[in-house]
Ligand binder design. Structure first.
Ligand code: ASP
Length: 429
């Protein structure tokens, strides 16, 4: 069966079956059964992905950097990667701003609905506000401090400290290159062997992916519409134009912007790229976490796009933490939508502020579910919009999170291919 069906087809089947079973569970009123007996398999799959993320980053980065003959290449690689990430993110925010100003989804939103939602999500809001406040009251340079861990074991114990582990792995890898080979040959061998083992673990986990994705879809559907299908449908309708604006923006990025970049800067065709990255997009869609998807993204980029490990191990983990084109576009659209509903006319300067803060806020968002909406509070604050605005969009955030996460991981993969191409290391180059 495995030979006949490629991975993406198996995951796709799992996803569709999950949608059907989830829907049936809601209709037949057996949500409890789904929560008790199906959801745990989704959680196990997610845990497996998270479990392997840290060892993967460490082994793969150390063996990648340790294998470089010349350290100056690393800084070149770094500058290239970060520049490309910032360019694509800014582009994504700009697309969001243009679209939302053309479509103006906020104008159609009724004031009664606004009052109803603000009241309904008041408590949910204060939790997210607290999370954002703890971020705002910090030194502007705190992000630099946060990158340097004081203890590697505690850094590696939390999946939200990925940048800290990346930092340590880079330092370790650089030192490995600087010490004469005769003294560290055994360490290099060990790390590259470890890397092989970790990649095999990813293979094993991916065999479980179709079932994991199935269970995740069932529980998502049951959680989302299960509580009150009638009001969920109503909400969808009233927020339809807002959601559509975001979906349209994400589609533009995926179907137009990325293919152009890929064609002109990486020489990769649309079909080849998307066939390679599709399994990662599906996993990102069902987990809403680009960090959890990292093992899959890495595997697909290396095996299918033939980006060498030395480059993907550097570009992808960094991308997972700082490059979020989907999230930045969403934050721009959401901010303007909230302004419209609250009757605030944004000036050109404020739009520019949104462009900058949404770019930075997406860089600051962790690759976990719902991170984008917490960081959105910072964008709202930057242009003086009320945080209550979040209440309008909270209900529909999860499906949009699923979509923007897929775009986030696609962007990371694209830049990995572009960097590899520019280094003359893509596929058969
Ligand atoms: N869930 C997104 C990700 O992991 C972040 C966000 O926009 O909430 O990429």
């Amino acid at each position: 069966m495995h030979r006949k069906f490629p991975l993406y087809a198996r995951i796709l089947i799992g996803m569709f079956l999950g949608l059907i079973v989830g829907f049936l569970a809601v209709v037949l009123g057996i949500q409890q059964f789904a929560w008790d007996y199906i959801k745990p398999f989704g959680t196990i799959f997610l845990n497996l992905l998270k479990l392997i993320a840290m060892p993967l980053i460490f082994a793969s980065l150390v063996s990648g950097v340790g294998g470089l003959s010349d350290i100056s290449r690393l800084s070149k690689l770094g500058v290239k990667t970060i520049t490309l990430y910032i360019i694509t993110t800014t582009l994504a925010v700009s697309i969001g701003l243009v679209l939302v100003n053309i479509i103006r989804p906020g104008n159609l939103f009724s004031q009664e609905k606004k009052a109803e939602l603000v009241a309904k999500y008041a408590t949910d809001l204060s939790v997210r506000q607290q999370a954002a406040e703890s971020i705002t009251h910090r030194s502007p340079l705190q992000f630099l401090v946060d990158i340097v861990p004081e203890n590697i074991v505690s850094a590696a114990s939390s999946n939200t400290s990925m940048l800290q582990v990346i930092f340590f792995a880079l330092l370790f890898g650089v030192a490995l290159v600087l010490v004469p080979n005769s003294k560290v040959a055994v360490v290099k061998d060990f790390v590259s062997g470890l890397n092989e083992v970790v990649l095999k673990v990813v293979d094993i986990v991916m065999m479980f992916a179709p079932f994991g994705v199935f269970a995740l879809m069932v529980s998502l559907l049951v959680d989302f519409v299960g509580a009150d299908m009638g009001s969920s449908v109503q909400l969808f309708a009233s927020l339809g134009l807002y959601a559509l604006t975001i979906v349209l923006g994400l589609m533009l990025i995926i179907l137009l912007i990325y293919p152009l970049f890929l064609k002109f800067y990486a020489g990769i065709g649309f079909k080849k790229f998307y066939r390679a990255i599709f399994p990662a997009q599906l996993v990102a869609f069902s987990t809403s976490s680009s960090a959890a998807t990292l093992p899959v993204t890495m595997e697909q980029v290396e095996k299918e796009l033939k980006v060498p490990n030395e480059i993907s191990s550097f570009v992808l983990p960094i991308g997972v933490t700082i490059n979020m084109d989907g999230t930045s576009l969403y934050q721009a659209v959401a901010t303007v939508f909230i302004a419209e509903v609250f009757g605030v006319e944004l000036t050109l300067l404020q739009l520019l502020t949104i462009l900058i803060t949404a770019t930075l806020a997406s860089i600051g968002s962790a690759g976990v579910p719902g991170a984008g909406i917490v960081m959105l509070i910072i964008v709202l604050n930057s242009v003086g919009l009320p945080v209550e605005g979040l209440a309008l969009i909270l209900a529909i955030d999860r499906p949009l999170d699923m979509l923007r996460t897929s775009v986030n991981v696609t962007g990371d993969a694209m830049i990995a291919a572009m960097v590899a191409k520019s280094e003359g290391r893509l596929g058969s180059d």
